[in-house]
Design a protein around this ligand. Sequence first.
Ligand SMILES: NC(=O)c1ccc[n+]([C@@H]2O[C@H](COP(=O)([O-])OP(=O)(O)OC[C@H]3O[C@@H](n4cnc5c(N)ncnc54)[C@H](O)[C@@H]3O)[C@@H](O)[C@H]2O)c1
Length: 440
Amino acid sequence: MKTNIQPAQGKLGILIPGLGAVATTLIAGVAAVRKGISQPIGSLTQMGTIRLGKRTENRIPKIKDFVPLADLNDIVFGGWDVYSDNVFEAATHAKVLEAGLLHSVKDELEAIVPMKAAFDQNYAKNLTGTHVKTGTRLELAQQVMEDIENFKATHDLDRVVIVWCGSTEIYYEASEIHSTLAKFEEALANDDKLIAPSMIYAYAALKLGVPFANGAPNLTVDIPALVELSKLNETPIAGKDFKTGQTLMKTILAPGLAARSLGVAGWFSTNILGNRDGLVLDDPDNFKTKEVSKLGVLEDIFRPDANPELYGDIFHKIRINYYPPHGDNKESWDNIDIFGWLGYKMQIKINFLCRDSILAAPIALDLALFIDLAKRAGMSGIQEWLSFYLKSPQTAPGLPAENDIFKQLMKLQNTLRHMMGEDLITHLGLDYYQELVDTL
Ligand SMILES: NC(=O)c1ccc[n+]([C@@H]2O[C@H](COP(=O)([O-])OP(=O)(O)OC[C@H]3O[C@@H](n4cnc5c(N)ncnc54)[C@H](O)[C@@H]3O)[C@@H](O)[C@H]2O)c1
């Protein structure tokens, strides 16, 4: 049965809290792709294919030709930031993309000027921006709702989604005020400091039925109150933390080691990066949020509880160091101590010279396009099929996250097949093996 999906008619607004390195790399990239001067490499929605039916059928369309996604030409970008720089200035400051490329899309980028941010410096101590709204938390949420509605009317948009690309907030855990929507709304009215700025945007979005994806490791929509609101207003949510760089490598490599029953004694990961994200993460409270998000990955893949002989004593350590000369070109080193047959020890070393925002931008695009698709398909609440893009996937309470990137991809693709009324692919293949044998 095919799901009833509303067509992707009209224009889609992608609103982004945090017009920094990732957001500006995304916006400039989409503008360049529209002009035909670049390719959207790394984006599954634009470049990826999907197998349909039996292997013998040889049906492998592009994903964008299979499911009804918004066209890149129908996207309008906007956003908020604590700094007033337009997107061209912010992209120049971020130093991710070359000046030549930025100049070729300068007019489009200059036209995007951030709206004033809902901000509280206690959540990002190393930021000193002054382009901020004033008022209680409830008033800030109302102002964000007005921003969304004005943006929609001004650009004559059909639909809007929000992708948080703002700085990582300090570490916080869900508390009583986050436990139900009623308590959360009471706390908003009381201007309770336990409500983080990112939650204000998420609340405003969900109140208006606008889908929300979280690219940072902070809780944001990963609290019962906002899950409740997302279901109430039939709106999809996804989080958290874009899966790029070192964690991407981890979730590619670790499933392979586990698949071959190789043991792991230790995994030491260190990074240097010099962008504004690195500056914010230089504060221990902000780093803690990132650390927690990154640490869970190996445990979920190796399941030491089920495999104590192989993974029971794994030592996992992560370091992030702010090092300005490298800018956005993050460099990471991993030392992995593994053991094989009869316990013999081996080592793997990875030195990844990556570009953080080049890896993150296509993820932000895909999340925006897929969460818009989910909304049009009538899906609401946590979209676990989008875990593929996330370091610390949000799941229903009590459900362990799936971090193996290959299983995540299978889930994503099967969700798309399910939406479109295609057979799910289990990779069993016994049925058509028999058919092939019978025709011999
Ligand atoms: N670059 C990557 O590969 C990557 C990977 C995973 C996660 N992330 C996360 O994505 C986020 C963005 O990363 P980035 O490299 O673009 O960082 P960045 O520092 O360049 O940009 C973040 C922007 O958010 C703004 N901001 C902070 N609080 C805000 C608020 N309350 N409202 C509006 N704007 C606000 C900052 O002023 C800044 O311009 C970070 O949380 C980062 O941890 C990035």
